[in-house]
Design a binder for this molecule. Structure first.
Ligand SMILES: [Zn+2]
Length: 304
């Protein structure tokens, strides 16, 4: 049995799979925010409950919203900043009493979709998460690609390409740089862009990104403008990827990937920004939807 844990900023989710990928158990809990030890306890509790339900022990893979330094194995680049500088693998090993494999959550998404999802049959899969943050993972031949700095897929911390005068210098990112793509193309950034321009009496500050999308669909002019600008920014961001890597497919995950209009609106805009005069790359939603990250975490032990 393979257990996957998706340690997200708002929820921690666990799934137990058979080696063939059939789901045995699935649980989720709220993330104890800013409470690292509390997160470890929550993960141990989810694992214990899934193993009790399944009546057996499993291997454990964990996806985190960040990555590990290649040498020190300390947490880095995590939007959930309480992971930064923590010996995540060692602490999980202590909390769970066994070896644990840890991987960036977007890499988990990329591997999951490459193995048995929307990217199956494609050699180079570029998976994008447009959720509360923005990240990416690259799978080559069904395996996550990392690179010598364990930094592959840190797409969200490139600056927004071709900024106009209103987009400079951009917001400060938690990483310390300005104008990172993450600050433009996350679901949170989309919602915040709407809230910044909306009349003060409609409560836009507390609206979800999904509520703003409802407004786009109902013909709200401001929401429509903000959506168009959002698509343009995603397109500019992905044009870099096409020019540098030209992946065989883009697989989209995270809350904003559920907006079906994205798949009609994005390709023609992206085609305008790429160096290549043809743009035929499929852009598709993750086949396993919200489960992709957690399945990919379980797959970290696919070969035993
Ligand atoms: Zn950044």
């Amino acid at each position: 049995m393979l257990i996957g844990i998706d340690w997200g900023g708002t929820k921690i989710e666990g799934v137990a799979l058979t080696p063939e990928g059939k789901q045995i158990a699935r649980l989720r809990a709220e993330t104890p925010r800013h409470d690292y030890e509390g997160c470890l306890r929550t993960i141990a509790n989810l694992v214990a409950r899934m193993e009790a339900e399944a009546g057996r022990q499993g291997t454990i893979g964990v996806g985190i919203p960040g990555s590990l330094e290649p040498r020190s194995r300390l947490g880095k680049g995590a939007s959930s900043t309480w992971l930064l500088g923590r010996p995540v693998e060692a602490d999980l090993r202590r909390a769970l009493g066994r070896e644990v494999r840890v991987e960036n959550d977007a890499d988990c998404l990329a591997a999951s979709e490459a193995v048995d999802g929307a990217g199956a049959g494609y050699n180079v899969v570029f998976a994008v998460i447009l959720g509360s943050g923005a990240g990416a993972g690259i799978a080559v031949g069904g395996r996550a690609h990392h690179g010598p700095n364990n930094s592959a897929g840190e797409w969200g911390h490139n600056p927004l390409p071709l900024p106009d005068i209103t987009e400079i210098p951009g917001a400060t990112c938690y990483c310390g740089k300005h104008g990172c793509l993450e600050t433009w193309v996350s679901g949170r950034a989309f919602q915040a862009d709407y809230a910044r321009h909306a009349p003060p009496d409609i409560g836009a500050d507390t609206m979800t990104a999904a509520a703003v999308i409802d407004r786009v669909r109902s013909g709200d002019r401001l929401a429509g403008l903000v959506w168009g600008r959002y698509v343009d920014r995603v397109a500019r961001g992905l044009s870099l990827v096409v020019n540098a890597l030209d992946p065989d497919i883009f697989v989209m995950g995270g809350g904003m990937s559920n907006v079906t209009e994205l798949y009609d609106h994005l390709p023609p805009v992206l085609a305008r920004y790429t160096f290549s005069t043809v743009f035929e790359t499929p852009i598709v939603p993750a086949a396993h939807g919200d489960s992709s990250g957690v399945r990919g975490a379980a797959w970290l032990w696919r070969d035993g």
